[in-house]
Design a protein around this ligand. Structure first.
Ligand code: 5GP
Ligand code: MN
Length: 339
């Protein structure tokens, strides 16, 4: 259900030129960058001063989007980002709902006392923000940006740049229009985005057909050497070491689709990727149907997320994390994964 708070006030606020910062979650994905740059390209047309600040870097397959060259990465340019944030009169927080998920950037936003707008589709928003546009039923934050622009009478700002950014996030967050949240409304919205100039052929190629040779060879290595299957729990997973990431010289975002392949395997209903990111072991979980991936992440790996797509982390070694994962499955499996 759509939940909004003080939209009328926000609509009035945006009628004057403002200094605006748009930010999104850690390691931004297609929906995070699509919604941020989509909103950026819309607000720019009203004469606002707009700056997108990401917590850190993101996949090169997203660098083609209009406005990408203006983005500041907080981790790389902390002083410049802090300066822009200090001047902001309004901060948009897109595709996340808890400032804890953006680390130091979140603390800065909170301590600055600047009004915030949260536009998001994740569960359980703690409610840090001044203005709200939240709907857990939405396919993506990009879908919500379109609804938001419509709600505050700014739909006319959707030009080809905005449409291309929003198409991207809807495409990536719906697994190319296949996940349950891909409603008839989403297809109608996508049709409108195409009418406004989103080129689906170009976008699919730009996002999905830019794999480097290293990545393809890494995937081959994972498929042949790293896949582990637990048929008794309809579960398959990959475990990747820091050495392997180093060996294949993988960049940010290049392991993103890997977990889905485990779920492609016939009969699987739960899949995981356990990956050693040096600072911590990061985990991705995906499920089909009535298997609550987010509950699993929350209960055992300090995480959360959507029902069928969630994540978490562990400060243990890779091997210890795998052992804990298997222990967790001994409890979770009989509850949710027995045929
Ligand atoms: P991914 O596997 O792509 O990193 O994350 C899948 C989904 O799970 C994302 O939509 C994200 O919101 C959520 N997620 C990933 N990691 C965490 C985490 O550590 N905590 C919470 N609460 N959610 C997470
Ligand atoms: Mn999203």
């Amino acid at each position: 259900m759509l939940h909004t708070h003080k939209l009328n006030e926000l609509q009035v606020l945006l009628q004057q030129q403002r200094n605006i910062v748009i930010t999104t979650h850690h390691k931004p994905d297609g929906d995070a960058m699509g919604s941020s740059l989509g909103l950026y390209n819309a607000l720019l047309q009203l004469g606002h001063e707009v700056q997108v600040i990401t917590p850190n870097d993101y996949g090169a397959f997203l660098h083609w989007m209009a406005g990408n060259a203006t983005v500041i990465e907080f981790e790389r340019e902390t002083a410049r980002a802090t300066e822009r944030l200090a001047a902001a009169e309004l901060v948009f927080c897109l595709d996340f709902n808890d400032l804890k998920r953006v680390n130091e950037l979140g603390d800065l936003i909170l301590n600055s006392g600047v009004p915030t707008v949260m536009i998001d589709h994740h569960l359980d928003p703690p409610g840090f923000e001044t203005y709200t546009f939240h709907n857990t039923a939405a396919s993506s934050t990009c879908e919500l940006i379109y609804d938001f622009l419509e709600a505050i009478q700014l739909k006319h700002l959707v030009n080809a740049d905005v449409a291309s950014c929003l198409y991207t996030g809807i495409m990536t967050d719906t697994g190319s229009f296949r996940f349950p949240a891909t409603t008839p409304k989403v297809h109608r919205l996508v049709a409108e985005l195409m009418e406004h100039g989103a080129n689906h052929v170009f976008i699919h190629q730009a996002v999905y057909d830019q794999m480097s040779e290293n990545v393809l060879r890494f995937l081959g290595h994972c498929f042949s050497q790293k896949l582990r299957v637990l048929p008794q729990y309809s579960t398959a997973y990959f475990m990747v070491s820091a050495e392997e990431l180093e060996q294949y010289q993988l960049n940010t975002g290049e392991t993103e689709g890997l977990v889905n392949y485990a779920l492609n395997l016939q009969g699987m209903r739960f899949a995981a990727l356990i990956i050693d990111r040096t600072k911590a072991v990061k985990m991705s979980f995906r499920s089909k149907g009535e298997v609550p991936a987010n509950a699993f992440a929350r209960q055992w790996f300090e995480g959360g997320g959507h029902f069928n797509a969630a994540g978490g982390q562990s400060s243990d070694s890779l091997e210890r994390t795998e052992a804990r994962f298997l222990e967790a499955l001994e409890i979770f499996g009989p509850q949710y994964l027995l045929a």
